[in-house]
Structure formats: C-alpha cells, structure tokens
Design a protein around this ligand. Sequence first.
Ligand code: NZQ
Ligand code: ZN
Length: 386
Amino acid sequence: MLNFDFQNPTHILFGKDRIADIGKHVPADARVLILVGGASAEKTGTLAEVRQALGGRQHSTFSGIEPNPSFETAMKAVQVVREQGFDFLLAVGGGSVIDATKFIAAAAPFEGDPWKILTSWGADITQALPFGTVLTLPATGSEMNNGGVITRHDIGAKRPFRSNKVFPLFSVLDPAKTYTLPMSQIANGVVDAFVHTIEQYLTYPVNAPLQDRFAESLLQTLAEIGPRLLSAPEPVYDDRATLMWSATLALNGLIGSGVPQDWATHMIGHELTALHNIDHARTLAIVLPSMLEERRVPKRDKLLQYGERVWGITTGTDDERITAAIARTRAFFETMGIGTRLKDYGLGAEVIDVVVHQLEEHGMTQLGEHRDITPAVSRRILEAAL
Ligand code: NZQ
Ligand code: ZN
C-alpha cells in the first residue's frame, strides 16, 4: 500500500539561454556569492553570462571547489560568507559545486562544528541560506534534490547528507551548456543517472506500477541515447536536453516515492572514490554488476522485469534471463567507455580490506533495501568485481 510524502520546491528553468532569467528569481537586494569549480565556468563563458544576469546586484565569486568537493574547501567558503555577509548563493557547475553549495548554505548559519552536519546525515540542519544553481553537467540530480556528498580528505571519508532546508530555490538547465564537456563526463552522466534509477527500482515489487514504468522509461531512454551521445560528431541539442532532463528526473524524488530503495552500490562506490579518487559514476559501474549478481535471489522478480522491459529479454529460464540482464547492464557501461572491473582502474585484491574497513568505520554495515548487506557481503561483491 503506497504511503509517502513527496516535496520538491525547486523551480526548473529549462532551455537554451535561460541564464538570462536568473534575475527574476534572485531578490533585488541580495548579496550574492557565486560558487564555481576549477576553470570551466570561466572558460566556457557561463560565469560571464551569470554575472550579467545578476545585473546591479552585489556579487563576488568563490572558485576552487574540487570534483568530489572537500569539507576543507567548503569551510573556506563558509568563512567568506560569514565575514562578508553574503545572503544568497549561486552554484555554477556540476554536482560537486552544487553539493558544496548546499553544504555551505547550511554550514554558514550553523551553530557549533559544521562537521556535525555530516555525522548527523543532515539531520542537524535547522536553517540554510537560499541558493540557486546553474547546471553545467547532467548527472547527479543535485540540481533538484535535497542531498549532497562531502569528502574529508584527512580521514578519507566521503559522507552524504540530506535536508529539506537545502533544496535549490531554482535551477537553470540549459542543455547547450553541456557542449563543452569532455565525452568522459557525458558518459559519467549517463551511467550515474542510470544507476540512480536502478537504486530506486531494482529492489522488490510493491505494486507501484507507475513508479516502475517511470523508472523503466528513464532506463530505456538512457540506454537509447547513451551510445548516440558518444558517437555524435557534433553535440545534438535534443539529445543533450534528453540527457539533462533524464538525469534530473532520475533523482528528484519522483520515481522513488513510496517504493523501497537500495543505495548499496552508491555507498560502496563512495568509499572507492574517497580512497582511490575514481570518478563517482565509474565506481558505480564497478560495483553494480557484481551487486546484482550477488543479489540475484532477493532481487529476482525485479531483475526479470528489468530484463524484459528494459532490454527485451524474454527467452530462457529465469536464471538465464537474469544472467542476460546483468550482462546487458555491464555491456552498456562498457559501451559508454566505462570499465566495470577494479583492474580497469589499476586496482587489485589488495584494496578490498581497506574498503571494507572504511565501510565499517562509516557505519555502512547494513546496506541495501533489506539492510542485510553486511561488510562480509560487500567483500564478496568487491571480490567479484576484480
Ligand atoms: O571544476 P570545473 O572546472 O568546473 O570542471 C568540472 C569537473 O572537473 C567539469 N565540468 C563541469 N561542467 C563542465 C565541465 N567541463 C567542461 N564543460 C562543462 N560544462 O567536470 C568535472 C566533474 O564535475 P563534477 O561536478 O565533479 O561532476 P558530477 O556532476 O558528476 O558530480 C559528482 C559529485 O556529485 C556527487 C558525487 O559523489 C560527486 O561528489 N553526487 C551527488 C548526488 C546528489 N547531490 O544527489 C548524488 C550522486 O549519486 C553523487 O553521489
Ligand atoms: Zn550517483
């Protein structure tokens, strides 16, 4: 029986040249801190467009937010916000800049040590500065959700947080802003959005046919456009738009409403990023195929449904169909140029102990939709991913 809350206050401004509309959504008297990553926002001209759209408002720019944003850098921005009295934040970038901005928005007014925001998984957030985003990399869905992930390098921890106080007020989604992305990041985006959908869909049936079909349409769409995005000699606006909207819808709460969720692949993947600096999406491509293999029995019904509806697998015994569905998933990631084995990233069996230890350190000892993926099970999954 479905029973859920669904809240999503983020206003989406989708389409070409929508940055110009930012001015309608930022208060006229706001003191705005723009947050960017490395050089991309400046080089592509997006930062200049944003500054122009802010018109006469007071603004300044904080740059240097890294991919897999760090607590240390975010805290430098918190200091700038506090010292200079900024009251509105504007993230210009991919998931990393947006996640960092969410953390900064919550940390600036936070009383006490902001690390508590992360150790409490976001529960300790009571207020946050308002912020908007200009998305330049479709992948994470951070532009329309209330979550973020922050890394603390000194202790090798990558921790998620979530709070309804950190939904973006608005997000500009201009598909043309993706034209400057390297193909490796487009591939990452397709795979991240695909796995977000899987984490909320490939669990066990709860008689939620609409959520299932929403999810299947996202998976089918990503499977269809993924290879085409990679082979296109020039960026095609409509395909970029489809990717951008798919990635947003994959993690804005809609498809996950009222259904069981997994997220074990993400939690194990975060440890691989924290320890070995592998791109987020690539860690998912390493973990997911082995995860599905390990979870064949508890995920049996959904694996069969997924195989049939997403990959058209209708013949063979149940076991053969499940094997084929997992193989198609792995092949799809490989087609996107993304390795699905630890060895593709120069890692061998020697790394597994440390990953499992970190999972234990971070309380990731009861993962998955049944909360039964213990460290011993995570170890088997990683061994199968060698
Ligand atoms: O730093 P700059 O110079 O901006 O370059 C970035 C960065 O190097 C570059 N880039 C972004 N837009 C560009 C561009 N280069 C050229 N043209 C453009 N238009 O791309 C590189 C990667 O950016 P990043 O933001 O790190 O990638 P992504 O969007 O994949 O974000 C990854 C982060 O999001 C977290 C991940 O864990 C990771 O830390 N996630 C956040 C989630 C959420 N908030 O809901 C869910 C996800 O599962 C994920 O965990
Ligand atoms: Zn992800």
